[in-house]
Unconditional design. Structure first.
Lengths: 502, 98
């Protein structure tokens, strides 16, 4: 393997203009496979969700999943695509053990959706329009385990084992037109596009689109052309880039690698490349040659799909508010900056905060807890905030308890801790742990008197006008009440008793 | 007229993972060329107004509800496998050393 000395990103962009094409595969969240009634449950026993159709046994016949078609149309509409009036499935023929049929049922020159666009917003608020070439329906392949090699890789393996549970799960492949004009922001555009697409897919409720679970996968095609030249350069195809960060890194790496090869007078080979998560590099896979001759032909076992216009319009009318529009609306409602909104989005907390507000919290408090304490906990546990064992309703209840003065921030944190530890809902935790703010003025008054008595010197200073010294007495009272007093009220009481104006 | 060359037959044989000897290639190339020639005569009678037919029946939109049907058991699924390991289909080496 030859290692190319990379050109710095800035130097690459000074000479060349990147052109990208992004292909995203989305696994639909249907209950059954695309062409048979096998379940699609994740983590099932190996080869427990197969049948003669998805195993490609002789005499079996596929029948298309109605929700698969509906989901494809929804995605097409949300991407501003035209929906085919009539289209067919096609067989993509190839021999590879991940497909027991020896062909993948896909669509060739008649995709169900075509000619659309998706507007994506970059972190600084700039909107970039990505043109969509097509979205077509196909099926996923089986899962291979390579045995006998050093690291479970296919190279050097003695043999491979196949689990066909995933073979036949519906996939929608979404292909962009060449993305031109992004310049130095190309990697950022690639990341923002995939992020926006993921939000869109989730909003449409057609898939959970979890990249870490392989439910959404991205291929990054990239080429460089000298600035001012119209003709595209030769592209490389980096396969299965499976996180948002990786999409950006893969594009950036390929820009630097291509520039190095071209600047040295070399030529880019059109090839598949593999992305390496550890260092953000890519390495060559197989070289594309004429051997890749898929001999597509119309699938004779599946009749054409001709979605009625009324149905398409019904689906269009029922589309949810698009994520970018919704985000901008929420941002205005919450009165926060684009940057703050981006952080909330990156943290995966938009829906959680919305649900918390819907459950009765004010938006500032909802944001404070989800982006503070809870984001920290999620980060520590290495999970998405949504996976924490606390519901938006419970967070809302805590914010209400704080607002009415029953809890202060410190006690609220302890309440959250209790809920996360499985001690029950917020009220139960407050009860069991005895976390209520001491609002009994009598008890508080006694604690204040005691603090003044025990700290006579400080009390004198305060009487003498050093109001700032009150902090020490507040601290003493808070300590005596084990943090369960309202600090502001304590301060008031101290000053009152010492006859000083706050 | 359309036809098929010996090179094309060799290419297709490779795609179909068929190992053909030289004399077999000669033999099949000739036969396939005859067959293609015979089928091509259809286009002599089919006018411009006859679209290519992929499906003989005038059916569209045959779909099924997204309802789970029983699958085979893993034992049944694997019953025809030439080799198996860990409840999976065992296949020969896919790629050699890098």
């Amino acid at each position: 393997m030859t290692v190319t000395e990379l050109v710095s990103y800035e130097d690459a962009l000074a000479t060349y203009d990147p052109v990208m094409g992004l292909e995203v595969h989305v696994e639909l969240g249907t209950k059954t496979k695309m062409f048979c009634g096998c379940a699609t449950t994740l983590g099932a026993d190996a080869n427990s969700q197969t049948c003669p159709t998805c195993l490609g046994l002789p005499g079996s016949l596929p029948v298309v999943n109605a929700i698969g078609i509906e989901s494809a149309i929804k995605i097409g509409l949300a991407l501003n695509c035209s929906i085919a009036e009539w289209c067919r499935f096609a067989r993509k023929n190839y021999f590879y053990p991940d497909m027991p049929k020896n062909f993948q049922t896909s669509q060739y020159d008649e995709p169900i959706a075509f000619d659309g666009y998706l507007d994506v917003q970059l972190e600084d608020g700039e909107v970039f329009r990505v043109q969509i070439e097509r979205a077509h329906m196909e099926e996923d392949t089986g899962k291979s385990t390579h045995v006998g090699g050093a690291t479970g890789r296919i190279h050097g393996a003695s043999h491979s084992l196949l689990d066909y549970n995933r073979a036949g799960i519906p996939l929608i492949e979404i292909v962009t037109k060449p993305i031109e004009g992004a310049g130095e922001r190309a990697p950022e555009v690639a990341k923002a596009y995939v992020a926006e697409l993921r939000e869109l897919i989730k909003a449409l409720n057609v898939s959970e689109a979890r990249m870490e679970m392989g439910q959404m996968r991205c291929d990054v095609n990239l080429s460089l052309r000298p600035k001012g030249v119209e003709k595209f350069g030769t592209r490389s195809e980096t396969k299965n880039v499976n996180s948002l960060r990786s999409v950006e890194r893969a594009a950036r790496f390929e820009i630097q690698r291509h520039a190095a090869v071209l600047s040295a007078g070399g030529t880019i080979i059109q090839e598949t490349r593999h992305f390496h998560e550890e260092d953000g590099s890519t390495t060559a896979g197989r070289i594309k040659d004429n051997a890749e001759d898929y001999r597509y032909f119309p699938e004779p076992d599946l009749v054409p799909v001709a979605p009625a216009r009324e149905w398409v319009e019904e689906l269009r009318a029922a589309l949810p508010e698009l994520p970018r529009v919704r985000r901008n609306r929420l941002r205005e409602e919450w009165g926060i900056s684009a940057h703050d909104m981006q952080s909330i989005l990156n943290a995966g907390a938009v829906d959680l905060i919305t649900a918390t507000v819907d459950a009765g919290a004010d938006s500032a408090s909802a944001r404070k807890w989800w982006m503070g304490e809870l984001a920290r906990r999620a980060n520590e546990d290495g999970v998405e905030p949504a996976a924490l064992p606390i519901t938006p309703e419970q967070v809302a209840r805590i914010t209400v308890l704080v607002a009415e003065g029953s809890l202060n921030d410190k006690l609220a944190r302890q309440t959250i801790e209790g809920v996360l530890a499985g001690e029950g809902d917020p009220d139960t935790v407050v009860d069991k742990r005895g976390l209520k703010v001491v609002s009994d003025e009598g008890a508080l008054g006694t604690a204040v008197d005691e603090a003044i008595e025990a700290n006579a010197a400080i009390a004198d200073k305060i009487r003498g006008g050093k109001v700032a010294a009150a902090g020490a007495l507040v601290g003493a009272v808070m300590k005596a009440t084990r943090g369960q007093a309202d600090a502001a009220r304590v301060r008031e009481l101290i000053l009152e008793k010492l006859g000083v104006e706050g | 007229m359309p036809g098929i060359t010996r090179e094309e037959v060799a290419h297709l044989a490779r795609l179909a993972r068929l190992e053909l000897k030289d004399e077999e290639l000669d033999h099949f190339a000739g036969q396939l060329d005859d067959i293609i020639g015979a089928v091509a005569r259809v286009s002599e009678v089919a006018d411009q107004d006859v679209p290519p037919t992929s499906h003989p029946l005038p059916l569209t939109n045959v779909m099924r509800a997204d309802e789970v049907r029983p699958s085979l058991t893993p034992e049944q699924a694997l019953s025809g496998a030439p080799a198996q390991e860990q409840q999976r289909f065992k296949v020969p080496q896919i790629l050699g050393e890098e």
